[in-house]
Design a protein around this ligand. Sequence first.
Ligand code: CAA
Length: 381
Amino acid sequence: MQFQPTEEQMAVLQTARDFAQREVLPKAAEIDREHRHPTELVKRMAELGFLGIAVPEQYGGAGFDNLSYALVMEEISRACASTGVICSVNNSLVCDPIMRFGTEAQKQEWLTPLASGKLLGCFALSEPEAGSDAAAQKTTAEKVGDEWVINGTKNWITNGPVADVCVLFTMNDKAAGHKGITAFILPMKTKGVKTGPPDDKMGIRGSKSSQIYLDDVRLPESLLLGDVGGGFRVAMSTLDGGRIGIAAQALGIGRAALEDSLAYAQQRRTMGKPIVQHQAIAFKLADMATELDAARLLIHRAAWLKDNKHPYGKEAAMAKLYASDVANRAAREAIQIFGGNGYVTEFPVERHFRDAKITEIYEGTSEIQRLVISGYLAKGG
Ligand code: CAA
């Protein structure tokens, strides 16, 4: 068993840590306060190769692996969870499915600019009435002559208002259930595509999300992603990888809660000593550190399995379920350690608390992760 990252992974980690601490962290509070999409940080992530981390260099990516992706996600999200999810969506929900299901021409035309950060992507599966029940797609795709005509509404689409390209899911044969779902690569400038106002969110406020309205959008056959009727498999297998990224985002948020609490507990004094010397506080920190380490091991195992071409859906779901739970607990305890100071925006932990919550919801709620995990158990997996 190998617990030591390779030299290359250590180098990626160091680059990500330097970037996160020097360039991202100083802006995190302002990005949150202003609900600002951090354009300049997205540009820097592109320069550093962080928008296509596990994409081969021949397609514009950095040519690293999924463990490196998890390491980068943890570091960036430790500084700013909004910047983290922008990175995560482009890597795992957009580049990854185009790399696995795209044709060579699609990889040249779309993956290469997406992985190098010339374009930014979004992933449109959720709808007003299809969230956890992803197979209940209502957006229609109808073949008319040589074109597909698409109508419908997508919901909560992370990067939606700022994306150039969308991996889109539609229903082209309702009677076939999930076998009637078809995926497309949708250029966001296509006639008939509109985005709604950005969602006014509790946390990750620098990450723009919105509805996407599709009104008689016409796409050529060349923008089909995968097979007609094969879209559900594209979506589900993509989310397996996405869950590693969100687990790593949760870990980063939880680590921020721990590190900020530890620093505060060492300087804040009550009853004649720093509060870290009160066992009630020290034990909270010990539990946070232990749980975060356990989450990290689950995440690295899932990423390692993906890198080594083993099945990893169950392990990715476990990593996301546990890491998001741990992040929320760590953020809640951080507020308790900060006391009154934890409840005001002058200190960062209320942001961690608000940012942590979404990790239990998007890319499959914690309840869906339990469904996925128990599904594997029932099948003997
Ligand atoms: N990989 C490949 N295929 C898969 C798969 C996977 N991980 N999981 C299921 N499938 C296949 C099954 O093999 C099955 O295929 P066959 O019919 O050919 O045998 C088919 O898909 C249907 O499987 P299920 O019966 O298990 O499907 P279901 O309808 O019961 O749904 C679910 C399962 C787990 C509940 C699924 O709907 C799900 O994951 N829901 C949550 C959706 C989600 O995570 N949404 C997040 C939106 S994106 C987002 O959040 C982005 C963001 O903002 C950052």
